[in-house]
Structures are given as structure tokens and as C-alpha cells.
Design a protein around this ligand. Structure first.
Ligand code: ADP
Ligand code: MG
Length: 279
């Protein structure tokens, strides 16, 4: 620090330029969890993503909408490492993850739900969440120390039940997973992502094929995760009538390009968006 001076109750810090840059970077790390810069992905002659730059605020529910084929799924696939970009960068939680393999990105806490192995359908709901947890009980070194891992097991069950409560599956804890409906299975995937330590959960059309009442309930649970746990949610959705009210920030894509962004109100009043949806 160059120097500081007192002005009434306020201390003013005068920083060296490099300290200032450091402080700016720290701040960016705190507020933006995911960022893409000019991300481009081509499939042969088709440009599925054309210089896409987005920023996802930490702890937000950010929505990506756009008509079929506009590049939404490709965007999430490139960010989560399933596809490699042709150009551009992806930054997650302060790290450059461009082109990194999916399992590494997963370990950093960026979890795209279907990346988690499909729930073991024969296991019950609780067991599925327990399997997703990082558990040291399997360690051969710890195995003989039964009292130690018994305690850990107990705590894991408690934590798993708490997670199930947050996604509305408490009552189904002992159901075999194959007996769950489509929407409930998606919520089980969310529960497993939470158990695995997700910081950001990306969901591709989580309310597809779900009746409006349960769809609203699902969106409510997702929205609460961000409020109560600070989890960031990146949601692709095309049932915008239902999903838009839950979003903090929205990107609208068309033919591989971001054509609009802003609050739900801003994008739903944007003539460019109306043209894509109605025109
Ligand atoms: P959305 O999720 O918005 O419906 P996608 O990201 O799935 O759109 O697709 C964007 C475009 O890229 C579409 O024209 C689609 O046909 C094409 N596309 C997506 N994945 C592939 C692929 N693996 N190979 C070739 N073309 C693809
Ligand atoms: Mg898609």
C-alpha cells in the first residue's frame, strides 16, 4: 500500500497500480463465476456458436433461451468440456478451463447434470445421493477404523436427507429411483450434484415434459438453492412463460449469436426477441 489517510470515519487507501489490478481481479473472481469470451464452435460448415460472450454472476439463476437449434446446448457442452471450442475462452471460478476435460471441470464444481452418471435406478433415492458424496469410508486405510467411518456415514445420511429436502424429495427417500417421474429424476440429479459439491449446476431444459404445477415447484426449488445455499444455476429453457419469472438474468440466442441480454423484463420487451419468437 502506498499510504492511507483518515477522513472522519472513513479510511482511504491509496494503492500502487499493481495492487489496484489485483483488487479488481479479486472482485471479478467474487462476482462472476463463469465467463465466456468470443466462444466459437463449428460443426463442419455450420457455426453453432459465433463469438459468444456471457457472464454468469455467482449465486444467480441465469437463463439461456432461444429457439431450437440456436446453440444453447452447444454452449453448455463447450463450457463443461464435453465439446472443445474452435476459438475463445471459458473461465470458471477464476480459472481458465478452455478445452479442459469434463471430469476436471466437474471436480472444480461446475456440474452439468447429465454428466453425473445416471442415477443407479435400482438404488433408492437416498442411496443415490450417498453414492455421489465424497466419502472416505472406502479408503483401505480407514476401513479398519469402523467407529470413525460409522460416524461419517451417519453424518452423510443426515446431510443427504437435508439435500433431499431442498429438492422436494424427502418423502421419496426410500423409493427405488426407477419409480420416480421424469421431473423427480431431474431433481435427484440436482441432489446428486449438490452432494458432489457443485458450485454451479447447469440444467438443460429441466422442466421439459413436466406439468405446469410441478414445473413451478421445480423452479421454486432451484431458485431457493441459489437464495439459501448460494449455488449458481445456469438454466436452458424454452418454456419461457414458466421459467422467465424465476431468472435473475437472461441471455437470448439465435443462430449461434447472443441477440439480447438483461433482466427478464428487459429481454421480454426487446423487439429483437419478440421477432425471433413471434416472427
Ligand atoms: P439448441 O440447444 O439451442 O436447440 P444446439 O446447440 O443443440 O441448439 O444446436 C445448434 C446447432 O448445431 C444446430 O443447428 C444443430 O443441428 C447443430 N449441432 C449441434 N450438435 C451438433 C453435432 N454434434 N454435430 C453437428 N451439428 C450439431
Ligand atoms: Mg438443446
Amino acid at each position: 500500500m502506498k499510504c492511507s489517510c483518515e477522513l472522519g470515519d472513513t479510511t482511504i487507501l491509496i494503492l500502487e497500480p499493481e495492487q489496484y489490478v489485483g483488487a479488481l481481479k479479486m472482485n471479478a473472481r467474487r462476482s462472476t463465476i463463469l465467463q465466456t469470451e468470443n466462444l466459437t464452435k463449428r460443426f463442419g460448415g455450420l457455426t453453432a456458436l459465433n463469438r459468444v460472450s456471457i457472464k454468469v454472476e455467482r449465486g444467480s439463476l441465469t437463463m439461456i433461451m432461444g429457439p431450437n437449434g440456436s446453440g444453447k446446448t452447444t454452449l453448455i457442452n463447450v463450457c463443461s468440456g464435453i465439446l472443445k471450442p474452435d476459438e475463445g475462452r471459458v473461465l470458471f471460478d477464476g480459472e481458465d478451463i478452455t478445452g479442459a476435460p469434463p471430469h476436471e471441470i466437474y471436480k472444480l464444481g461446475f456440474i452439468r447434470t447429465f454428466q453425473i452418471p445416471m442415477p443407479f435406478l435400482k438404488l433408492n433415492v437416498l442411496e443415490n445421493v450417498l453414492v455421489a458424496m465424497k466419502n472416505s469410508g472406502e479408503s483401505p486405510l480407514k476401513a479398519p477404523l469402523r467407529p470413525l467411518w460409522m460416524k461419517e456415514e451417519e453424518e452423510n445420511v443426515k446431510r443427504a436427507m437435508e439435500i433431499l429436502g431442498r429438492v422436494g424429495l424427502s418423502d421419496s427417500w426410500d423409493k427405488e429411483s426407477f419409480k420416480l417421474g421424469g421431473g423427480q429424476l431431474k431433481m435427484l440429479e440436482v441432489a446428486r450434484a449438490l452432494a458432489a459439491g457443485a458450485k454451479l449446476i447447469a440444467l438443460d431444459e429441466p422442466i421439459g415434459g413436466v406439468d405446469p404445477a410441478y414445473a413451478n415447484e421445480i423452479l421454486g426449488y432451484l431458485s431457493d438453492l441459489r437464495k439459501n445455499l448460494g449455488i449458481t444455476l445456469l438454466l436452458i429453457e424454452h418454456r419461457i412463460d414458466l421459467a422467465l419469472p424465476f431468472a435473475d438474468y437472461v441471455y437470448v440466442m439465435d443462430r449461434g449469436v447472443v441477440i439480447s441480454q438483461g433482466t427478464p423484463e428487459e429481454v421480454s420487451n426487446d423487439p429483437k426477441v419478440l421477432e425471433v419468437y413471434l416472427g
